[in-house]
Design a protein around this ligand. Structure first.
Ligand code: GTP
Ligand code: SPV
Ligand code: MN
Length: 596
């Protein structure tokens, strides 16, 4: 054995858990092992220690009670998709769109990096629940990590500590997560998922989705694999309720790629002209979906916190997020002001005269660089969000009236359209595309296809995943209606045509009216769009003509080219592509008629 000093006794007798912790301790050789209980006292002690060792800086306790800021390494500010692997015995099970590594090779390679990686450090044992403890919608994970920053973020993002050991009991199954910061070099960084072993190993990063293993790694990649086998779905979706002036609440879920507006939509504040409405936030990033006994699809947010994008978040764009981050929040890679506050581009307040930027350098508005990193984030407890839904912890989830797909497209995609039926909706999701953002390393602003916003998060073969979507539709007698939206269409000068944010409620209201059969819409070859007058524009500077000719316009030539590109994309999904989706493509081509 390693000779590590175990600081507190293991609060479990779960044999497989104890054996695995001992095994990983022998590999990583930490100086200490600390089992986390998730208590308030423990949190306070860990926060004090994080400040003492320089991982966190406290903000001004008067204005920002319980808030801290952190900076990550300059080469470690976003998910590294090129270093993220699905490690299945057969390459075919990961599919052509995932990076694949043979499990034996991955264990050997990362095992080499983990060997002694925690020498002189503390290994924290972090048990956590994704979903609602005690319900069918709960999965237990245990993350071993040598990063206090990760422990403190996991405490906000998940239901962490004793609650998870209770959920696990003496013999329950759990996802085994190992995380070590190691040397933070790109040469020795990898995030490996072993769905066949219910295991995740992440080495060489300390940032967000790479290391908060409950989030993208468990609640999406591993959970999507489990969902396929267990008859449910794990999706990169927000969940929200829209309450109309009569007090009727309808729920919808929306899949947009990273940094494409999920958090903002989920926390929407109605514009003055729609002040009789109220939006309830159920979740802002991940949804677990299950058919209910009534044939509807039910959605649950497995997370307990919000890991939200800071830049662009202001009192005007997202007042609910601004209220949520006023206390007990960890800010990562934002600008720190000299008076113990934080600032980011698009915060809606003038920049401070001087401060410390996300790189830790002195900054002034004239520095010529951004004060906050474009992927800087806040980690806040979801219950602090003023719009949090009273149903957000209902273990049954909420019944969905609509599913919405969307992304950033400067051209082509109209503001909104409805798919013809579930199968066509799956086609729309399978072929959706968006301009890339700073949430992942690599080029920003290039259009890429991102099925259901799950390209970086699907834990298995994409063709099998789309098959699962089609099959799930067959199990729903009252499936949600499926839509596609685009808040980001631009004019020739590069200005957004649609005001976005609170005004997106106008689109949601049309979506719900369609889902409930209250409006007829207008048929186009792409799908059903709002008929003139159906989308309420009162109180905006947009008139019905501009809506029709600018925002809802469908250009047949551009769409024919798009359909050619979609055909090429379907080929890339490979031999497991469900033939139904090829039929949907043919039908779409026919609806546009022949080119001449
Ligand atoms: P992840 O956490 O990366 O999964 O992102 P997300 O989908 O939750 O995106 P988020 O809501 O954080 O929005 C990302 C960026 O898009 C922010 O800078 C927002 O201000 C901006 N944004 C969100 N909604 C709108 C909109 O309706 N219109 C415009 N123009 N920008 C928006
Ligand atoms: C995303 O990139 O979609 C996020 C942030 O929600 S991260 O947790 O870093 O993946
Ligand atoms: Mn996300």
């Amino acid at each position: 054995m390693s000779g590590a000093i175990v600081m507190n006794p293991a609060p479990t007798t779960h044999p497989a858990l104890l054996a695995w912790v001992a095994e990983m301790q022998a590999l990583c050789r930490p100086e200490r092992v600390v089992w986390c209980d998730g208590s308030e006292a423990e949190n306070e002690a860990l926060l004090r220690q994080a400040v003492a060792q320089g991982d966190l800086e406290p903000l001004d306790p008067q204005r920002w009670p319980g808030c801290y800021s952190a900076r990550s390494a300059e080469n470690d500010v976003a998910r590294t998709e090129n270093l993220t692997y699905i490690c299945t015995r057969l390459r075919r099970d990961a599919g052509p769109l995932n990076n694949w590594m043979d499990p034996a090779e991955a264990y050997r390679k990362l095992g080499g990096w983990l060997d002694g990686a925690m020498r002189g450090r503390t290994m924290y044992v972090v048990p956590f629940v994704m979903g609602i403890p005690g319900s069918a919608f709960a999965k237990v994970g245990v993350q071993l990590t040598d990063s206090l920053y990760v422990v403190l973020n996991m405490r906000i993002m998940t239901r962490m500590g004793s609650v998870a050991l209770r959920e696990l009991g003496g013999s329950g199954s759990f996802t085994r997560g190992v995380h070590a910061r190691a040397d933070l070099s790109l040469e020795r960084r990898a995030i490996c998922h072993f769905p066949e072993d219910n295991t995740i190993w992440s080495v060489g990063s300390n940032y967000g989705g790479n290391v908060l293993l409950g989030k993208k790694c468990l609640a999406l990649r591993i959970a999507s694999w489990l969902g396929r086998h267990e008859g449910w779905m794990a999706e990169h979706m927000l969940i929200m309720g829209v309450e109309d002036p009569r007090g009727q609440v309808s729920y919808l879920a929306a899949a947009f790629p990273s940094q494409c507006g999920k958090t903002n939509l989920a926390m929407l504040v109605p514009p003055p002209a729609l002040s009789g409405y109220k939006v309830w936030t159920v979740g802002d990033d991940i949804a677990w979906l299950r058919p209910g006994p009534d044939g509807r699809l039910y959605a649950l947010n497995p997370e307990a916190g919000i890991f939200g994008v800071a830049p662009g978040t202001s009192h005007l764009t997202n007042p609910n997020a601004m209220a949520a981050v006023r206390r007990n929040t960890i800010f990562t890679n934002v600008l720190r002001t000299d008076d113990g506050g934080v600032w980011w581009e698009g915060m809606g307040t003038p920049p401070p005269l001087a401060g410390t930027d996300w790189r830790g350098r002195r900054w002034t508005p004239g520095s010529g660089v951004k004060g906050a990193h474009p992927n800087s984030r806040f980690t806040a407890p979801a219950r602090q969000c003023p719009s949090i839904s009273p149903e957000w912890e209902d273990p049954a989830g909420v019944p969905l009236s609509a599913i919405v797909f969307g992304g950033r497209r400067a051209r082509l995609e109209p503001l909104v359209y409805q798919a013809r039926d579930w199968r066509h909706g799956v086609y729309v999701g399978a072929t959706m595309a968006s301009e890339t953002t700073a949430a992942a390393t690599g080029q920003v602003g290039v259009v890429r296809r991102d099925p259901m916003a799950m390209l970086p998060f699907c834990g298995y073969d994409m063709g099998d995943y789309l098959r699962h979507w089609l099959d799930m539709g067959g199990r729903l007698s009252r499936p949600p209606a499926i839509f596609h939206v685009n808040w980001f269409r631009q004019d020739a000068q590069g200005r957004y045509l649609w005001p976005g944010y609170g005004d997106n409620l106008r689109v949601l209201n049309w979506i719900l009216a369609r889902a409930e059969g209250r409006v007829a819409g207008r048929q186009t070859p792409v799908g059903t769009v709002p008929e003139t007058g159906e989308l309420d524009l009162e109180g905006t500077s947009i008139d019905q003509r501009t809506l029709r000719s600018g925002l809802l316009d469908i250009d047949p030539d551009e769409w024919r080219a798009e359909l050619d590109d979609q055909a090429a994309w379907l080929e890339r999904i490979g031999p497991t592509l469900p033939p139904e989706l090829r039929q949907e493509h043919r039908a779409a081509v026919e609806r546009f008629g022949r080119r001449d």
